[in-house]
Design a protein around this ligand. Sequence first.
Ligand SMILES: NC(=O)C1=CN([C@@H]2O[C@H](COP(=O)(O)OP(=O)(O)OC[C@H]3O[C@@H](n4cnc5c(N)ncnc54)[C@H](OP(=O)(O)O)[C@@H]3O)[C@@H](O)[C@H]2O)C=CC1
Ligand SMILES: O=C(O)CCC(=O)C(=O)O
Ligand SMILES: [Mg+2]
Length: 422
Amino acid sequence: MSNGEKITTNNGVLNVPNNPVIPFIEGDGIGPDIWAAAQKVLDAAVEKAYNGEKKIEWKEILVGEKAYNNTGEWLPEESLDAIREYLIAIKGPLTTPIGGGIRSLNVALRQKLDLYTCLRPVRHFTNVPSPVKRPEEVDMVIFRENTEDIYAGIEFKEGTDDVKKVVDFLINEMGSNNIRFPETSGIGIKPVSKEGTERIVRSAINYALQEGRKSVTLVHKGNIMKFTEGAFKNWGYELAEREFGDKVFTWAQYDEIVEREGKEAANNAQDEAEKAGKIIIKDSIADIFLQQILTRPKDHDVVATMNLNGDYISDALAAQVGGIGIAPGANINYDTGHAIFEATHGTAPKYAGLNKVNPSSVILSGELLLRHLGWTEAAELILSAMDKTIESKVVTYDFARLMDGAKEVKTSEFGEELIKNM
Ligand SMILES: NC(=O)C1=CN([C@@H]2O[C@H](COP(=O)(O)OP(=O)(O)OC[C@H]3O[C@@H](n4cnc5c(N)ncnc54)[C@H](OP(=O)(O)O)[C@@H]3O)[C@@H](O)[C@H]2O)C=CC1
Ligand SMILES: O=C(O)CCC(=O)C(=O)O
Ligand SMILES: [Mg+2]
């Protein structure tokens, strides 16, 4: 039994003891390899930063294959209760069990704990190999809505009685006559709510204000999905103007000025707003957004979007700064204080148990966790060790295959190298 203390929250402020209990889920596939390396690196950073005054008391909780093998359940209630109780956790990737009621354990964790923000900062570490010319221009923070959209799992399989009922309802009661092949269609439903939109956009704008960022881009496909993705954009603009007033300038306001006074006046108003340090709230349709992040990444800063767009954008942007071997993240409910930190990538089954893959994503997720606790000194140690290690070209296979003169090391050796470089 661990002898640490609980992290608590009071009016949105975390109380972090010097020996907080932090639950961890080792994860499936490459999870055990990367977690073993990460735990050592996080412990070393804390030890070094605070001379032993602070220490994380890790508490293993079971989810996924390890849980199933030990308890017969993929997502034991006991594990969820531990996260509810201890507030902040970290996890490795989880495989989605084939068959059974759960679509994705990762999605289930986010939904059951209502971790509505998936926060994924994407920036370049010097010397990390990248397929683009100027990866250093990528510095974006994705706020992906984590509980709604097509991830709600409301889907009906082709050929079932259920889908027949849904199709019949759509055609005969709702007058839909655009289901091209009604006899052989599966149907998926995409809920996007006003509350869900407002809480993610609010979180993104609060973050932009706190971190001195320049803009928040609402990414959507509202030209096609008017009442879901289009509504996301409209609700986002309305919330920004209503709750953030003169701290922001929105493209909806820009359009109103164009209509009233012409384009030059609107451009002037935006220039003035930028000079005054206001956050520019703009939007971009998802397809052109994916081009723009490649061609002119400096145009985008904080990004707020729905679940599926956010999933695609996360991996696409990660590729620009070295791949998902170095893409950290966190799932957060800013109202309750619950958070689970996790890498952007999955279980990469072909590399499981080989001690081969890059542990940086989960290590940097731990770095975000330390920062979230206010343990900035330990977080900084990890960042500087990461810079130093990559600069010395001691890297795992994913970077080694793209770098000239690199020394390829194993997952565990990369972790040890980071510790040496602290
Ligand atoms: N949050 C989570 O837990 C997530 C879970 N998943 C689940 O993971 C499983 C596998 O999904 P898959 O689509 O293969 O995606 P993965 O992210 O697991 O792997 C895809 C590829 O990404 C590269 N990669 C992933 N992790 C690393 C790493 N740490 N270091 C270096 N390279 C890495 C590898 O590329 P290469 O082959 O080029 O070397 C790998 O083959 C599925 O069950 C999926 O549902 C998926 C995403 C997130
Ligand atoms: O849970 C999964 O299997 C996929 C989740 C995912 O791709 C993500 O969160 O980025
Ligand atoms: Mg993904």
